[in-house]
Structures are given as structure tokens and as C-alpha cells.
Design a protein around this ligand. Structure first.
Ligand code: NI
Length: 259
């Protein structure tokens, strides 16, 4: 059985440092193991470009390009976002992301994060492309922002909100993606949220090299471990793993318009 990892950073320097074969090695290993597709996610201009290069190199790797709320330090936001627009012209760039808000650390001014978030949502509207949202401790403001752009749809990645928020997002037409955090013993909120997401809105991801699932918590994460998140969802939702594999693959292909 092969699983669709909708969110990984395979170009992260940790793979060069800690994985034999580095970035290309980990992608090869995961695709020849239990992974059908990987979306490699950009967080700035450099790695957004690298994502498109990985998509050129591997048939089953697709790219997302965007500026993450922790990377909002370009001299001219409009110029930086124009580069993202150009990268999204790549035939295998399937989403704008990851974008959003991160209030966990206090080192990036919120108003600056908001400027990049809003401008990139406007770009998604203009290009008619799905978005990948990073929302860390910023649930209210993220919800408010997406409501300003009702024609833009996408996914809240590594979902950390409540079951109520998941239901609201589903009503608004959005998808919910669960990462390794749903396998953590004390992860009451994501476990509860996973129960209310309808079958046609559920996605899975690793966020590799971060957030390795149990029993690899704290280790280097990789796309193959997405199966552990799928297993956890199957157990929580009392659905066969084959069903979780099937619906999460279909949903990812539908959202990201992959034939
Ligand atoms: Ni990420």
C-alpha cells in the first residue's frame, strides 16, 4: 500500500547532514517503499525554486511554492511574491504554500506576517490555485483571513485546532491534514478533530524532517512515516487502513488537481 505525503521538506539541510544519500536518497527510498506521491513544500524563494527542481527530477514529486510566516523578511514583499508567482507557472507547482501565521515565537512581527499572508491569498485568488496554510497559535486570525477570500480553498496543514474549528473549515470548503502529531499520546485536540473531518476532506502528511510520529518522535522524519499517521487515523476513526489510504490519496489528487 502506498500513501500520499502532502507536505514534506525533502530539501531540508538535515537530510544532507543526517540521511545517507541526502535529499535525493530519501526521496528515492520513500518512493520505492510505501509512498506514492510527495508534495515538496517551499517556505522561501530559494527552497520554493528547489521544490520545482525536485518536481522536474522525480515523476511523483510535486511542488508548492510560497513564503512562510517565519521567512517574511524580503526588502520588497511585492517583488518577492512576484517571484513566487513566476515559480507557480511551473507545470508541477500544484499549490501556493506554505503561507499563514505563526504566533508561537514572538520574533516575527505579526503585522508583517499578515501583509505576506494577505498578499499571497490575493495571488492564490488571481491564479486560482489551492493554498497550504501554516497556522500555529493563530487560529482566529487565520480563519478571519481565509474568510476574506471565499473563492480560495486549500488545506490547513498539520492541523492543531479544535474539532469545532475543523468543522467550520469543512463547512467553508477546506481540507484538513494530519501529521505525526496526531500519534502523540497527549495530542488530545488533533485526535478529537480527526473524528469530525468527513471522508472527502481528510489528508495526511509528515512535515518531514520535523514532527516524526510515534515511535520515532524526536528523530529525523521522512515521508515513509506517513503510514504511521494513516494507521493512527484508521484506529481513531474505526476505518480500515485501506480506506484511509484510498480516501487520502483521492482527496489529495482532487485538491491539488493531479491526474
Ligand atoms: Ni512545513
Amino acid at each position: 500500500m502506498k500513501f500520499f505525503d502532502t507536505h514534506a521538506h525533502c530539501d531540508d539541510k538535515r537530510f544532507e547532514e543526517e540521511y545517507e544519500g541526502g535529499t535525493l536518497g530519501v526521496i528515492n527510498d520513500c518512493l520505492s517503499d510505501n509512498v506514492s506521491y510527495i508534495i515538496n513544500i517551499g517556505t522561501n524563494l530559494e527552497n520554493s525554486r528547489v521544490s520545482t527542481e525536485l518536481a522536474d527530477r522525480f515523476e511523483n514529486v510535486y511542488a508548492a511554492c510560497g513564503i512562510h510566516p517565519s521567512d517574511v523578511f524580503y526588502e520588497d514583499p511585492d517583488k518577492a511574491i512576484a517571484v513566487i508567482e513566476e515559480l507557480l507557472g511551473h507545470p508541477k507547482a500544484v499549490a501556493l504554500g506554505e503561507i499563514g501565521l505563526d504566533y508561537h515565537y514572538e520574533d516575527v512581527p505579526r503585522d508583517l506576517q499578515m501583509i505576506y499572508f494577505e498578499k499571497q491569498m490575493a495571488l492564490a485568488e488571481k491564479l486560482d490555485i489551492p493554498v497550504i496554510i501554516h497556522d500555529r497559535d493563530a487560529h482566529g486570525d487565520c480563519l478571519e483571513m481565509i474568510k476574506k477570500f471565499p473563492s480560495v480553498k486549500g488545506v490547513f496543514h498539520s492541523f492543531s485546532g479544535s474539532a469545532e474549528m475543523a468543522q467550520e473549515l469543512v463547512k467553508l470548503g477546506w481540507y484538513i491534514s494530519f501529521s505525526g502529531t496526531v500519534t502523540f499520546k497527549n495530542a488530545k485536540k488533533p485526535k478529537e478533530a480527526s473524528l469530525v473531518v468527513p471522508k472527502d476532506r481528510l489528508l495526511i502528511e509528515t512535515d518531514a524532517p520535523y514532527l516524526a510520529p510515534t515511535p520515532h518522535r524526536g528523530e529525523l522524519n521522512r515521508s515513509s512515516y506517513v503510514e504511521l499517521t494513516a494507521n493512527e487515523l484508521a484506529a481513531l476513526r474505526c476505518e480500515p487502513i485501506e480506506e484511509i489510504q484510498k480516501i487520502t490519496t483521492e482527496n489529495a489528487k482532487r485538491l491539488f488537481r493531479i491526474k
